[in-house]
Design a protein around this ligand. Structure first.
Ligand SMILES: [Cu+2]
Length: 153
């Protein structure tokens, strides 16, 4: 390679690496690295750890949610596709505008649910349950019954 070409190649490679790094930061995360915080949009008791985000922007996000035993999420929708992978415990999900434990599907570790935008659904847990949520923001939670929204209580 002639020197001028080598310099150009190096410059382009650096540029590519930089833009890749901004949009797809390489990350190795252990469970001990996760920083758990309360979740304003969910009933009290849930904890959230953001791995990739932020969720309120039009960028990819990956988060973990931890719920206590017998935790309930009232019927709600999201503006974007919801992908929930269960890591531990049992996460029951059902479709519809009314919370109904007869309509749930029990998902255990390794199970995954994919819910289209604006599809009413609800969930509950058996045992302490950790799920991983990933998708592309901006994210949001809209409750079918506004009185279920903890942000309005
Ligand atoms: Cu949901």
């Amino acid at each position: 390679m002639k020197p001028i070409k080598a310099v150009l190649f190096f410059a382009l490679a650096t540029l590519a690496a930089t833009s890749w790094g901004q949009h797809n930061p390489h990350r190795m995360v252990t469970p001990a690295d996760l920083k758990w915080s309360d979740v304003a949009s969910l009933p009290p008791g849930a904890k959230l750890a953001v791995i990739e985000g932020p969720m309120n922007q039009a960028v990819p996000f990956t988060v973990r949610l931890k719920f206590p035993d017998n935790y309930r999420i009232p019927p709600h929708t999201h503006p974007a596709i919801e992908r929930v992978t269960v890591l531990s415990g049992t996460f029951h999900m059902g479709m519809g505008e009314k919370f109904d434990q007869q309509k749930g599907h029990a998902l255990q570790a390794g199970g995954i649910a994919i819910m289209q935008p604006k599809t009413p659904h609800f969930a509950w847990t058996s045992g302490e349950t950790v799920v991983q949520l990933h998708g592309t923001g901006p994210w949001g939670v809209t409750y079918i019954n506004p009185s279920d929204d903890p942000r309005k209580q």
